[in-house]
Design a protein around this ligand. Sequence first.
Ligand code: BDR
Ligand code: CA
Length: 315
Amino acid sequence: MSAIWLDCDPGHDDAMAIILAAYSANLLGISTSAGNQTIHKTTRNAIRVLSAIGKSYIPVVKGQAAPLIRPSMVCAEIHGESGLDGLNDKPLFDEVDISHIQGPAPPVMYEQIRRYFYLTGQKVRLVGTGCLTNIALLLVLYPDVKSMIDISIMGGAIGIGNISPSAEFNILLDPEAAKIVFESGVDLVMIPLEVTHTALVTNEVLQKIGNSTPFTAKICELLNYFRKNYKEVFDFADPPLHDPLAIAYVLRPDLFTGRSMRVDIETQSDYSYGRTICDVWNKSTMKKNCWVATKVELDGFWDLMIQAVELADSR
Ligand code: BDR
Ligand code: CA
């Protein structure tokens, strides 16, 4: 079973990524990042989700409150004021105490990864579903960690962005951190918008999840809130469930099609700041540094996701 460390900013789709990782892999721990909401709120939401799914024993560490250089931003228009709102604009899951949750994240991530690596001889699969600030700091402060991990991220786009014409949200949150990660030399997989925009929460998906128990009713509410805001902001009939795809890659790489290429992060331009420049046609002379997914087998993905929800429900 894969051992995953998840760095995330829950967030509705991050919450689904937590459920998938917690019920389909050995989830070693979670570090939080600021993005969909402030670091305080995303940390509280991570604890809320773990508590709702009976996994409160999984360690959580509070990540960086702000990007390396640029000012922070949040995404209340999609995730609400709490970062994990339900249909009445109130937090979906019960209130939790987070006074005991501390940062900074990189030393804790390093210790947990190192311990697992030396005990098992296996790499930890580091999954990022928010900005890359914590992961960049981990790589800079503890360079020997590079031999102990590989990285799978939901982020970036081959073509157009979703927060600017050029940039995807997770990368634009902290482009300088993304540049450090993409240039680190660590085995890196990128699940871009082109793939996540095919994993849509359709009525058929909602029907498969059902809402016959209090837990599945909450999950349907979570997904319907996400749907309502995606309709308002992007005019999508069905919302893309971005983040669990980066976990799904770790669990079932065979579900994905893609290829290795050079990917650079734009940190200079006014117009395309935060863009992931993907060398689709092999024009760059620079070393290929990323495996970019171009397609996912959707039935296989939804089977994984729905099975994890069922396991969480029947615990
Ligand atoms: C990404 O942005 C966030 O709002 C989502 O949680 C996802 O990680 C999609 O661009
Ligand atoms: Ca996210």
